[in-house]
Design a protein around this ligand. Structure first.
Ligand code: UDP
Length: 259
């Protein structure tokens, strides 16, 4: 795809106005390219953290692609007068990449709880026969563990696509530090995707996600998330406050934080 990405700034965080199909088309080109590409999956929680965590915000704004994982971002872009077209859940993008990989590209599953990455890989292999799993390993997102994890990845080469499930911001910081050393063409922070793809955690039905109520379903199946989810009303209030004070979502808004 030659066209330039259209990006929108939501409270200082870049979100790209891509559909799932467009994001996968970009990824297909990158798999043939010659440098690693970092994909992030911002949602309302990411944006709230980025308000006070400049290192995280920098990675989000400098990534090669920032897909709108959360419905909250689609809502905010509309409220702030610069709408993006659709939500692109990170889990769907991860599965799309696996489909795209076919029997041609090798995928590594890094992160999540013990056995979860391997279970996700097995399930996907059953769904997409021919899928080439380079490996699956929980590892640890802490910088002290980098040499050990990089050793495991080194032994698993070649790796074309690296999916990293350490939750935000650890997975983004991990990729920022290490993606260049892995040799993969695409690295993606996928959050809870392995939990869903392995079948360990049920995913909200599509109609509920489309209606913007993913958070309610997640709260029902993982009630301990309530504290984290306080970021959602805080995000909504902040967006409404911006709107009331006459600000809109700019197109390319990040002085010093662009590529
Ligand atoms: N995780 C991990 N190590 C950590 C922190 C998180 O492997 O130090 C995993 C966790 O098991 C889960 C994933 O990271 O599979 C992200 O989980 P969460 O649901 O919090 O992600 P979200 O999509 O909400 O960012």
């Amino acid at each position: 795809m030659t066209r330039r990405l259209r990006s929108v700034g939501i409270l200082g965080v870049r979100v790209d106005d891509v559909t799932l199909a467009e994001a996968l088309e970009l990824a297909a080109g990158w798999l043939e390219g010659d440098r690693p590409r970092l994909v992030v999956t911002p949602n309302a929680e990411f944006v709230m953290r980025a308000q006070w965590d400049p290192a995280f915000r920098k990675v989000l704004n400098r990534a090669d692609l920032a897909i709108p994982d959360g419905f909250g971002l689609v809502w905010a872009s509309r409220v702030l007068g610069n709408p993006i077209r659709e939500q692109v859940p990170g889990t769907d993008f991860a599965e799309g990449l696996v489909r795209l990989a076919g029997d041609r590209y090798r995928v590594f599953f890094l992160g999540a709880g013990p056995g979860v990455a391997a279970a996700a890989a097995r399930r996907l292999q059953a769904r997409y026969p021919g899928l080439r799993v380079a490996g699956a390993y929980p590892g640890s997102p802490h910088p002290e563990a980098d040499p050990e994890v990089l050793g495991v990845l080194e032994a698993a080469r070649p790796i074309d696509i690296l999916l990293v499930a350490y939750g935000a911001p650890k997975q983004e910081l991990w990729l920022w530090r290490n993606l260049g050393r892995v040799g993969a063409k695409i690295g993606v922070g996928v959050g809870g995707a392995f939990d869903f793809l392995s079948g360990r955690v049920p995913r909200a039905p599509a109609w509920l996600r489309r209606a913007g109520f993913d958070w309610a379903f997640r709260l029902a199946v993982q009630p301990w998330r309530w504290r984290r989810q306080l970021a959602l009303p805080a995000f909504a209030l902040r967006v409404l406050w911006h709107r009331l004070s006459g600000r809109r979502a700019p197109d390319r808004p990040f002085p010093g934080e662009e590529q």
